[in-house]
Write a protein that binds this ligand. Structure first.
Ligand code: NDP
Length: 449
C-alpha cells in the first residue's frame, strides 16, 4: 500500500494536496484489499489514482481597460466507471493541477456514495472573479468555454459550480456552450431556475451537510436543536448550512471569508443571514461588513502567522468547516476538542489536515468526511440531470425529500461499510470503503480500459 503512495508521489512530486487525498483513501481501504486479492492483481489502486484524461488549455481574455490577460484552464476527467464525469469548476487564484486532481479524486467516491450514476471529475482556472466586473467575468467564461465545450456533453462530462463559480458564471458558461454546440442540453448543473436548473440545487450542499450531521446525532439519540455551531466560509455552502441549522433549532456564532471572521455571541438569525446572502451574492462584499452592520459582533482579521485559526477556538457543540481545504490543522482540532465540540461535519472538501483528522478520531469526535457530508450538492446535480433528461421540473418539496433520503442512505452506507470492516462508527473509513468498492467493482466488470 505504501508503495502505491510512493509511486504516486514519485510520479508527480509537487502535488501535495493530491497525495494527501490519496493517502487518506488508501489507508482506509487496506482491509478491502486484504479480503480481495484479485483487486491487487487488477492494479485497482494504480488505475484509480491515475486520471482517465486531463485537459489543460490557455484562456486569454480582455479586461474593461482593453488589457489582455492569460489564465490557465483545466478539466480533470478522473473516473467514468459508473457514469459520465461529474464535478464542479473552481475559479480561484490558488487553482493548480494538484488541487484539481485531489478534488476530482474525492469526487469519484462522493458521487458513488450518492447512489446516482455519476463518474468523477473537476476543473477550473486560476482566474480570480473577485473584483472583476460582470463583463470581465462574462468574457473570461466565454473564452474558457471556447475550449472546454469540445470535451464535455450531457453523456460525457457535466461540470457544475464550486468556489468562485456560482449561478452568474454557470449562466455565462452555459450561454457559450449553447452557442458553440448549437444545442440546449443539460451539459452543466447549477443552472438558473428559468433555464433548466433544479429547485434546491443552490441549497443542497449546505442542507445536505446538516441533514447528515442530524443523522449522526440521531444515531446517538441526540439532535441539532439547541446546539451551538461554528461555521466557516460565507459562500454558498456556508450560507445554506447556517440556514438549515437555524431551521433545526441550532445556533450559529461564526462565519468567515479569506480576509477574516466574525464572532456573534447572540447567534445569527434569519435577518442576519439575509444580510450575509445579499452581502456575498449580490454586493460581493467582505464579511467584515457584518460587524459594521451588527456592531455587537466581533471581527478578527485573518493572520496565518498565528499558526491556528481563532474561529475554531470558541465554546461550541458542532463545527462545520465550509470554506476551503486544510482550514483546520492539528492545533485547531485540539482547540475544538478542548472547547467541547462533539461533532465535525465537512461542508468543504478536505478542510482537515491528516493530523487534524487523527485528533478527532483519537478523541471519539463524531467526524463526517466531506465526500459523505457534502455529497448533497452533487446529488441534487444528479437530480437536475434527471429532470433535464425528462424535460420536467420537480417541485421543491420533492427535490428536498429526495435529498434527505439520499443523505440518510449515505449515512447508512458509511455505517454499514465501517461495521463490515471492523471499524464501527468510523465514518471516514466507511465512506472511503463504500465509495471505493462500488467504483472498483464497476471497473473490473468493464475490463482493462
Ligand atoms: P464559494 O465561492 O461560494 O464560497 C467560498 C467561501 O470560502 C468564501 O467565503 C471564501 O472567501 C471562503 N474561502 C475561500 N478560500 C478561503 C481561504 N483560503 N481561507 C478562508 N476562506 C476562504 O464556494 P462554495 O461555498 O461553493 O465552496 C466552499 C467549499 O465547499 C469548497 O471546499 C468547495 O469545494 C466545497 N463544496 C462545494 C459544493 C457546492 O455545491 N458549491 C459541493 C461540495 C463541496 P473569499 O470570498 O474571501 O474568497
Amino acid at each position: 500500500m505504501t508503495d502505491i503512495l510512493e509511486k504516486v508521489k514519485a510520479k508527480d512530486p509537487g502535488e501535495k494536496e493530491f497525495h494527501q487525498a490519496v493517502q487518506e483513501v488508501i489507508s482506509s481501504v487496506q482491509p478491502v484489499l486484504e479480503r480481495n486479492p484479485h483487486y491487487r492483481q487488477a492494479a485497482v489502486l494504480e488505475r484509480i489514482t491515475e486520471p482517465e484524461r486531463i485537459i489543460m488549455f490557455r484562456v486569454p481574455w480582455m479586461d474593461d481597460q482593453g488589457q489582455v490577460h492569460v489564465n490557465r484552464g483545466f478539466r480533470v476527467e478522473m473516473n467514468s466507471a459508473i457514469g459520465p464525469y461529474k464535478g464542479g469548476l473552481r475559479f480561484h487564484p490558488s487553482v493548480n493541477l494538484s488541487i484539481l486532481k485531489f478534488l476530482a479524486f474525492e469526487q469519484v467516491f462522493k458521487n458513488a456514495l450518492t447512489t446516482l450514476p455519476m463518474g468523477g471529475g473537476k476543473g477550473g482556472s486560476d482566474f480570480d472573479p473577485k473584483g472583476k466586473s460582470d463583463n470581465e467575468v462574462m468574457r473570461f467564461c466565454q473564452s474558457f468555454m471556447t475550449e472546454l465545450f469540445r470535451h464535455i456533453g450531457p453523456n460525457t462530462d457535466v461540470p457544475a459550480g464550486d468556489i468562485g463559480v456560482g449561478t452568474r458564471e454557470i449562466g455565462y458558461l452555459f450561454g457559450m456552450y449553447k452557442k458553440l454546440a448549437n444545442e440546449f442540453t443539460g451539459v452543466l448543473t447549477g443552472k438558473g431556475l428559468g433555464w433548466g436548473g433544479s429547485l434546491i440545487r443552490p441549497e443542497a450542499t449546505g442542507y445536505g451537510c446538516v441533514y447528515f450531521a442530524a443523522e449522526m446525532l440521531k444515531a446517538k439519540h441526540d439532535r441539532i436543536e439547541g446546539k451551538t455551531c461554528l461555521v466557516s466560509g460565507a459562500g454558498n455552502v456556508a450560507q445554506h448550512t447556517v440556514e438549515k441549522i437555524l431551521d433545526m433549532g441550532g445556533k450559529v456564532i461564526t462565519l468567515s471569508d479569506s480576509s477574516g471572521y466574525i464572532y456573534d455571541e447572540e447567534g445569527l438569525d434569519r435577518e442576519k443571514l439575509a444580510f450575509v446572502k445579499e452581502l456575498k451574492n449580490i454586493k460581493r462584499g467582505r464579511i467584515r461588513e457584518y460587524h459594521e452592520k451588527y456592531p455587537r459582533s466581533v471581527y478578527t482579521d485573518a493572520d496565518p502567522s498565528l499558526g491556528y485559526n481563532p474561529l475554531w477556538n470558541h465554546k461550541a457543540d458542532c463545527a462545520f468547516p465550509c470554506a476551503t481545504e486544510n482550514e483546520i490543522n492539528e492545533r485547531d482540532a485540539q482547540n475544538l476538542v478542548n472547547n467541547g465540540v462533539r461533532l465535525v461535519a465537512e461542508g468543504a472538501n478536505m478542510p482537515l489536515t491528516l493530523e487534524a483528522i487523527q485528533v478527532f478520531l483519537e478523541n471519539n469526535i463524531l467526524y463526517a468526511p466531506g465526500k459523505a457530508a457534502n455529497a448533497g450538492g452533487v446529488a441534487v446535480s444528479g437530480l437536475e440531470m434527471a429532470q433535464n433528461s425528462m424535460r420536467l421540473n420537480w417541485p421543491k418539496e420533492e427535490v428536498d425529500s429526495r435529498l434527505r433520503i439520499i443523505m440518510k442512505s449515505i449515512h447508512q452506507s458509511c455505517l454499514d461499510a465501517a461495521e463490515r470492516y471492523g471499524r464501527p462508527g468510523n465514518y471516514l473509513v466507511g465512506a472511503n470503503i463504500a465509495g471505493f468498492v462500488k467504483v472498483v467493482n464497476a471497473m473490473l466488470d468493464q475490463g482493462i480500459v
